[in-house]
Design a binder for this molecule. Structure first.
Ligand code: PMP
Length: 445
């Protein structure tokens, strides 16, 4: 089998660059080095590009596409919503949607809606500051919470009280950031280290409003919390009167119906959902917390604004998504996990027979692959060398019709079936063989 010819996509993208910087909608990476593909059709777990090439979609709109493409019930409910009204401020869907969400999420008693994960995280931080009367927050290396100035990237010198600063070599570094904002607002710690967390909390708890984390470190490369860690974090937050925020933008409604907090026995004070919660086609994010915390919105002590908060089409998307998933949630999540594990097994077996170093880690439905012999334990291990190796493999997979996410993540959806696994099996070996040749040439393996 030969790698795909994507000439039409390349030509189209070249034209597009005249108006759209880099020909992409975001640029965490050097866009000229990417192979831009323009897609024209999709169904279930498959996509077709402008050149007629077929792909298995393990990118899934950066993890948002939990129902697969063109789920009939989902599409129908969006069309039906549009046939009633284009836009109203309050309709007759809110109660049902809020109830569905609060029933699903263990820590949720009350919710508010925003659009993006970035926006909901910023509002969650404002809420935590409003509630505690304190200013700073603790975050963790490798955890991503959106592209706002105060929380994206940064680097930290050990022994410097873990105060982050700009690191111009980092993926999430940027010019134009408000100077000093990283230093002023947060502490940046290694995750899965409760001793360090306690050290910082003991000294600075009077300044700290919240500890924010991805409960499963998906953006950090697929790292799960150590046994007992979350319990220790919860106890420390309680001891020092600091709110615990789970960023479930990826994990929510992907790892289980109700998010990672359904799997973990530890509940956060505030949690934030996005991506999957609205099925992948429309943006909706959710801030969920106890009534005690959310009362700050009721009494207007903390302001939450937004023209499109709770927009009808978005709420219809949430309702349809949750109703579909909840109609047989055990089956959907079990099957999704089993199918993901089958893909991983095949990937590892093919890598073994190619003598290609590969590990797959993290929760099966949002796992990461790494071109290493052994699993990584901290986000710091994703150095430049590993990053390039992962990127080369990602790009070779793409060339044989297997789309994964930018940071070597593989997002499955509920439509993934045996024929998709066969499609994967038939192609993955070619991608590994080509990646190996390229990396040998680059002297990276
Ligand atoms: N939190 C996490 C864990 C994410 O992965 C992302 C996006 N990848 C965000 C927040 C930001 O969400 P958005 O891109 O919708 O702003």
């Amino acid at each position: 089998m030969k790698g795909y010819n994507i000439r039409s996509s390349l030509e189209y993208n070249k034209k597009l660059r005249e108006f759209l910087p880099g020909g992409t909608h975001y640029n965490f990476y050097h866009t000229e080095k990417e192979q831009p593909i323009h897609f024209v059709e999709a169904e279930g777990s498959r996509l077709w590009d402008m050149d007629g090439n077929e792909y298995l979609d393990l990118y899934g709109k950066s993890g948002a596409l939990i129902l697969g493409h063109k789920h009939p019930k989902y599409n129908e409910s969006l069309i039906q919503t549009l046939s009633c009204a284009t836009a109203v401020d309050l309709g007759r869907i809110e109660y049902e949607v809020c109830e569905l969400i609060c029933d699903a999420i263990p820590s949720a008693e009350s919710v508010r809606f925003c659009l993006s994960g970035t926006e909901a995280i910023q509002n969650a931080l404002r809420l935590a500051r409003g509630y505690t009367g304190k200013q700073k927050f603790i975050r963790f290396i490798g955890h991503y919470h959106g592209n706002a100035d105060n929380i994206m990237g940064g680097d930290v010198e050990i022994g410097d009280n873990r105060i982050p600063c700009e690191n111009y070599a980092g993926t999430n570094s940027t010019r134009g950031r408000m100077e000093g904002v990283l230093e002023q607002q947060s502490f940046l710690l290694s995750w899965n280290n409760s001793v360090l967390l306690e050290e910082i909390l003991r000294e600075f708890h009077n300044q700290i409003a919240a500890v924010i984390m991805e409960p499963f470190s998906v953006n950090g490369g697929g790292i799960m919390p150590h046994v007992g860690y979350m319990e220790q974090v919860r106890a420390l937050c309680d001891k020092y009167h600091v709110l615990l925020i789970y960023d479930e933008v990826v994990t929510g409604f992907r790892v289980d119906y109700g998010g990672a907090q359904k799997i973990l026995s530890v509940k956060p004070d505030i949690s934030v959902f996005g991506k999957c919660i609205s099925g992948g086609s429309l943006p909706v994010s959710v801030i969920a917390a106890s009534k005690d915390i959310m009362r700050l919105y009721e009494e207007k002590e903390v302001v939450h604004g937004g023209t499109f908060n709770g927009y009808s089409l978005g709420l219809a998307a949430v309702k349809a998504t949750l109703e579909i998933l909840n109609s047989d949630s055990k089956k959907y999540y079990d099957v999704m996990k089993k199918n993901a594990e089958k893909l991983h097994q095949i990937f590892l077996e093919e890598a073994k027979s190619e003598r290609y170093p590969l590990t797959i880690q993290g929760h099966a439905t949002c796992a990461s692959f790494h071109c290493t012999e052994t699993a990584i334990k901290t986000a710091n291990e994703i150095n430049e060398n590993l990053y390039i190796k992962n990127k080369v493999l990602k790009s070779q997979l793409q060339s044989y019709g297997i789309l994964t996410s930018l940071l070597s993540r593989m997002y499955v959806n509920i439509t993934l079936a045996d024929e998709d696994i066969v499609f994967f099996r038939n192609r993955v070996g070619y991608a590994l063989a080509d990646a190996k040749l390229i990396l040998r040439r680059m002297k990276l393996i």
